[in-house]
Structures are given as structure tokens and as C-alpha cells.
Design a protein around this ligand. Structure first.
Ligand code: ZN
Length: 68
């Protein structure tokens, strides 16, 4: 299960932030039942730039940015 929290776009890059199930945080290496998934793509080509996963604490900044 994953749920889109929001989307931002800047300098030709789109960032999508999801609430995702069973995520291993790449900052603290802890696996959590619900975490934050961040997908960055080039806006025009949709090419993947960066795909990352965080626990709620380390992903809070991303979630706040798209939900703000
Ligand atoms: Zn973490």
C-alpha cells in the first residue's frame, strides 16, 4: 500500500512524496511499518533522478514540504 501525500515541482524536477508500507530508512537503517517514500523525476522526460525511503522522523521534512 502506498498513498500519495503530495507533489511539488521546481527547476524542472518533480518530487512526489508517498506514505508507504514497510520502509527501511536510509538514514537510520530502521525498518518501520509506515514510512515516507520520495520519488524525484525530471518533469519533461519523467526520468527517475532519485528514489529514497525514510522513517517518519527522517522523512518529516519531505512530507511537510508537499503537504504544507
Ligand atoms: Zn530514520
Amino acid at each position: 500500500m502506498r498513498q500519495l501525500l503530495g507533489r511539488t515541482s521546481y527547476r524542472g524536477v518533480t518530487e512526489e512524496v508517498y506514505l508507504a508500507e514497510t520502509v527501511r530508512c536510509q538514514d537510520c537503517r530502521v525498518t518501520v511499518p509506515m514510512g515516507i517514500e520520495v520519488v524525484k523525476r525530471e518533469r519533461k522526460s519523467k526520468k527517475l533522478i532519485k528514489h529514497s525511503w525514510y522513517c517518519r522522523a527522517h522523512g518529516a521534512e519531505y512530507a511537510a514540504r508537499v503537504m504544507g
